[in-house]
Each structure stands twice: as C-alpha cells, then as structure tokens.
Design a protein around this ligand. Structure first.
Ligand code: ATP
Length: 385
C-alpha cells in the first residue's frame, strides 16, 4: 500500500521564496497523479520533497502511511527521473540501466532480463555500449528514464521526463508509460507543464499556481468544471475564450456574445467558452433559450489537416488567460479575439463574417475578482461528469 500524502506542506527557501504553500493532497496507492502548472509554480519542489532532496519548512509528507520528514533519499523506495537527469558519464548505457538494480543486489540474470526489456521499450538496443557523452540529449533522457523504469520501486517520481524528446517519440513514450502503468500500477507522480501530457496520462491532475494547489480532479472534471478562471485558461488548447461581461436581470452581455442565464448574479462576470464549443451555424440562425448566436470577423485561419482553428474578432474584451494569451494583438481595444476549433471540412476565408452558435450548457461563468467559478449556474446546466 504505497499512498503518498502531503499534509499542510510549505517550503520556503532561504532566500525567502515560498515555492510550495500549505499543500494538502493524497496520491492513492497505484495512482498516476500529474502535477501541472506554469513554470515556477512549485511542481519540482513538491516532487523533490517526496524524494527527500528538499525538506519541507513545515507540514508532513508520508509515503505508505509513514511520515518521511528527515528520512534520507536512499532510504525511501522511490525511483526518479528529473529534468536535469544525471547519468554516470564513465558507465555505458547498459551499466547505467543496470546500476539501480545492482545497487539493490538484484541477481544478475534478473538484471539482464530487466535491462533487455527496458532497452527494447525505449529503443536503446543499439546504444547499449555507448557512454552518455556519445548520445544526443533525447537519447540521454531515454536512458535516464530507462534507469528508473528498470527498478520496481514503490513510487516513481517523474519530472518532465519527455521534454527533450522529439514529438513522435514523445507521443510514443507517453502511450508506453500509460501502458506500463496499467500493467504494474506503481504509484506515480509526474510533473509537467504540458497539459496534453497531463490530460492523457493522469488518473487525476493537480493544477498548481504560485505554490498553491488550485484544483485536484480527474482530467474530465478539470476540463468540464474548471474551479477557477486560471484553471479554465490553463487546461485546454487553444485556451478557453474568456470575455468580460456585465449581467443585469439574468442577461449576460459580453460584447457581441449575449445570452440569458437565469440566476446569473448581477454585476461583472467573466464568461468562458471553449474553442470547441463554438459551432458554425447559418448566417440566419436566431438565438434561442438554449443557443447563443454571434457573428465574428475572420482574422486568421489555421488549417491543421485534422481540424481548422479560426481566430475571429468580435466586439468585446478578452481576459488574459493563464497560458500565453492567444489573442490577436493588433486588434482595436474594443475588439476581442474569439478562437474556434472547427471540423477540418470547415474552412472560412480570412475577411469572411462567420456565425457561431454556443449552447448555454457550454458557457462557464467566473467571478472577476476571486476568479472562482460561479457554481450555481454550472451545476444547474452541466451534465454530470
Ligand atoms: P519549472 O516548470 O520551470 O521547472 P516548477 O513549477 O517546477 O517550475 P520549482 O522549480 O518548484 O517550479 O520552483 C518554484 C519556485 O521556487 C520558483 O520561484 C523558483 O525560482 C523557486 N526555487 C526553486 N528552487 C529554489 C532554491 N533552491 N532556492 C531558492 N528558490 C528556489
């Protein structure tokens, strides 16, 4: 039973930086948990504290039900792959892969068997006799990952292990990792700032920002019910369209996007619509109780083969998202970018006016002050996940 838990864990570095702030979370036995968030949000520090490489300033970390504060790294049964992986430079790839197993006095025949499995999984067969200096960055990272996978620890800690790989290998290894986890169910904590990795790998995702845990849930929960405007803007690519709105008598006005949401609190709000929730409708379409209709001026069209991304402009004011704001910077200040993700067969021309329909069930509302999701409406309208 290897559950990993944080209880009110805070880490303040000697220079005064609070890297992790009051983190409380439990990673269940056998779970694949992804920590995701922008650079500097404290993901690596959280992982290093599980490994014992950094000590919490306050709070407790437990592995398998035992508090491990003060327990040195070598006495924790974990295998790690960090972003700045360190291989033994004088050892061959084979010896690097076998190192952890030999340290743990695993019999030679078993070492050979594990190394063979891992090397074939990670396409390292032709490199086994090379030294790290004779490898590319991506190959070194694969060896570092292989070294961790060769062991069967209680917990895997992986910090952006795929970041140096080319796109094709990254996709392949992502699937391999998932399959390995399905097979062995070893508790795994995986740090990334890549939300596609987070969505595809995680049983659950923990979204962090500025040392704080903002939301913890399954990928679907986080995608469908982001708890805050930050999470809404961070998870999803292209990011959710977020527009300033004002509300009176249940009528929500966000520039060209207008809709009735009974029960929406009067005053200022932020309205969120995911790019995939915008559907092209005919120019004569009329809004209904369930469907908002708005017209956009097509500014940029990206034909990606499997889908078309349209950057349109509408009257309105875009709210900067957590990830790099994908708005078109040259627009006049009273115009906002609206990003739509369409089927590849739909290819509007630049300059064309297109009409989008948005189901009310796909509209998110947030408080502009706290950023928190305005829940009553969401629970009313969204299908349960
Ligand atoms: P990235 O995705 O860029 O790796 P991260 O989310 O993993 O970022 P951390 O490396 O945990 O973030 O860093 C969190 C914060 O703590 C950052 O502001 C960072 O500058 C700071 N920090 C990290 N290590 C130290 C240290 N040893 N001394 C002082 N500050 C540190």
């Amino acid at each position: 039973m290897t559950e990993v838990s944080f209880h009110e864990v805070t880490k303040v570095f000697p220079n005064g930086t609070t890297a992790v702030s009051s983190l409380t979370a439990t990673i269940a036995d056998g779970e694949f948990m992804v920590l995701v968030g922008p650079s500097g949000c404290g993901k690596t520090t959280a992982l290093r504290m599980i490994a014992g490489l950094d000590e919490p300033t306050s709070g407790a970390i437990a592995i398998g039900g035992k508090v491990v504060n003060g327990v040195p790294p070598q006495d924790r049964d974990i295998a790690m792959v960090f972003q700045n992986y360190a291989l033994y430079p004088h050892k061959t790839v084979l010896d690097n892969l076998a190192f952890g197993l030999r340290q743990h006095k695993v019999p030679n025949a078993q070492v050979a068997q594990r190394v063979k499995e891992v090397s074939s999984l990670l396409n390292l067969d032709d490199l086994l006799n090379r030294k790290p200096a004779q490898l590319s960055g991506g190959q070194r990272q694969r060896v570092a990952m292989g070294r961790a996978l060769a062991r069967s620890p209680e917990v895997y800690l992986l910090d952006e292990p795929l970041s140096n790989l080319d796109a094709q290998l990254r996709t392949q290894l992502r699937a391999d990792l998932k399959q390995l986890h399905q097979r062995f169910s070893t508790t795994t904590i995986y740090v990334t700032h890549d939300q596609v990795e987070a969505m595809t790998l995680g049983d659950r995702i923990a979204v962090m920002s500025e040392g704080k845990l903002l939301q913890l849930g399954t990928p679907q929960e986080i995608y469908k019910r982001p708890a805050s405007v930050f999470v809404a803007g961070f998870i999803g690519s292209p990011p959710m369209n977020l527009l300033r709105a004002s509300v009176a008598d249940g009528r929500v006005r966000a520039g060209d996007l207008e809709l009735d949401i009974p029960g929406a609190p009067a005053g200022d709000l932020v309205v969120g619509v995911r790019p995939e929730a915008l559907r092209l409708v005919t120019g004569t379409a009329r809004p209904t109780k369930e469907l908002a209709v708005l017209r956009a001026h097509t500014e940029v069209v990206e034909l990606l083969g499997h889908e078309t991304i349209v950057y349109g402009s509408i009257r309105g004011q875009r709210v900067a998202a957590a990830s790099a704001d994908a708005g078109i910077t040259s627009l006049a200040s009273e115009r906002a970018t609206l990003i739509a993700r369409l089927d590849a067969s739909r290819q509007p021309a630049v300059g064309e006016t297109v009409t989008f329909g948005v189901s009310l069930a796909d509209v998110h509302l947030f408080d502009p002050g706290s950023g928190a999701a305005v829940e009553p409406r969401i629970t009313q309208r969204e299908a349960p996940v």
